[in-house]
Design a protein around this ligand. Structure first.
Ligand code: SF4
Length: 410
């Protein structure tokens, strides 16, 4: 399979999921796994050939399944034909470390692909309390549904987050991280963010625009637009104010809390304001594909790209505990077509995302390790960029003293 075909396979996996039951039997019968362990096995991500990484969503009706054939992990289609090889994604070498207050890293951070650190540092969103939660979201109820499995759902404080990044910096001089949270009720929604920025500043420092710790903060703008500058001045590298849906009618209906407490006009103005300080390519807005017509979604992609904002397009996945539980994701054909058109718009309006320099030096996330969507896979493929991971894989080698200067970071 060439890389384009593998990106299509990634789309199918994200939309239709994967069958895992035969894999579990293989693990027990062929790989000597204890049956209980095999039954509970649920890989978070998969590495396909040619550096294509994808989230795993289990679905017993999926088109493809994982098997172990002759000691190798493979993807099979419905007819049992082997489509391609696959691999599980190993954790970075520091995954079993502890924070300074004794918390396991596994309670603080998850890893996306081989490059991205991903912190959901606060599962509380005040919009659930005020009954204005985004209708697709299960962030706060998820704590009730997965109290044991989802051990990362407790609050993570600034020092714990900085502890993880500090150790990651021993393995890569410039690690990338995404920080996500629900919207708190205090400080017009800025609560907690300031403490994290202060801790990052204290721990790692920065002098200007280009030496900031690469962290993408996924947050809500506040009711005070001057907070955008405050966050930048405090050292924030990148920010994402997520539209979720672009059409203004859908926005009111699907993200009522954002509409009620911030409002559409301020949301847009905050994004535009952010580009003034953070610059082109360091401001993001996620849109969930499959909740609104392709046309309005693509208008949103264009609106963003024309203003130097990078859209994050991810397929809708109906979550347990959300108001959209039991709904369907979009179809494979719709998702492929819409994402291709989004990639064309993005490359045309924001040519910087078609450069190796952007992904290597500017982007707060690794394109290949963004495993829940494939817009950036298509963008890089269409732009002919082949420096996968852009030198950002978390090295297996620890960087110490003098070695720090001479070790290749690839
Ligand atoms: S703002 Fe919306 S998407 Fe974000 S956590 Fe709250 S309800 Fe969920």
């Amino acid at each position: 399979m060439d890389r384009k075909e593998l990106i299509k396979l990634k789309c199918d996996f994200l939309i239709n999921g994967l069958r895992l039951n035969d894999l579990r039997k293989d693990l027990a019968m062929q790989s000597g796994w204890d049956e209980t362990r095999a039954k509970r096995f649920l890989p978070a991500e998969l590495k396909l050939p040619k550096e294509v990484f994808v989230q795993v969503r289990e679905n017993p009706e999926a088109n493809f399944r994982l098997r172990i054939i002759e000691n190798s992990l493979v993807v099979q289609d419905r007819a049992g034909s082997i489509i391609c090889a696959a691999d599980f994604v190993s954790q970075p070498p520091f995954a079993f470390e502890k924070t300074s207050d004794g918390k396991m890293f596994s309670d603080i951070v998850v890893y996306n692909g081989t490059c991205n650190l991903n912190f959901t540092w606060n599962y509380f969103c005040d919009y659930f309390r005020t009954k204005t939660a985004c209708r697709f979201c299960n962030l706060t109820p998820a704590q009730d549904f997965y109290p044991e499995e989802n051990i990362t759902n407790s609050f993570k404080n600034a020092r714990q987050i900085a502890d993880v990044i500090e150790i990651a910096k021993m393995y890569h001089a410039d690690p990338k991280a995404i920080l996500t949270r629900g919207t708190p009720s205090d400080k017009n929604g800025l609560g907690g963010t300031i403490q994290i920025l202060e801790e990052l500043q204290k721990r790692f420092g920065f002098n200007g625009h280009n030496d900031r710790t690469k962290v993408l903060f996924t947050i809500s703008p506040t009711t005070n637009i001057n907070d955008v500058k405050l966050m930048y001045d405090m050292g924030m590298h990148s920010v994402s104010f997520n539209f979720e849906v672009f059409d203004k009618g859908y926005w009111k209906a699907i993200v009522p809390g954002k509409d009620k407490y911030i409002g559409r006009e301020l949301w847009e103005n905050s994004l535009i304001e952010a580009v003034k300080y953070f610059g082109e390519g360091r401001v993001f807005s996620a849109m969930i594909a499959g909740l609104e017509p392709a046309q309005t979604l693509l208008e949103g992609v264009e609106w963003c790209a024309e203003r130097g904002i990078i859209p994050i397009v991810v397929p809708f996945s109906p979550e347990t505990g959300s108001q959209f539980e039991g709904f369907r994701p979009p179809t494979y054909n719709w998702m492929m077509d819409t994402t291709r058109r989004a990639a064309d718009i993005l490359l045309e309006k924001m040519p910087v995302v078609g450069t190796e320099d952007y992904w290597q030096n500017e982007a707060p996330i690794c394109a290949e390790c963004f495993t829940g969507g494939f817009l950036y896979d298509i963008v890089k493929e269409n732009a002919g960029l082949t420096n996968y991971h852009s030198g950002h894989s978390l090295s297996k080698m620890k960087i110490t003293g003098v070695e720090k200067d001479i070790i290749s970071l690839n």
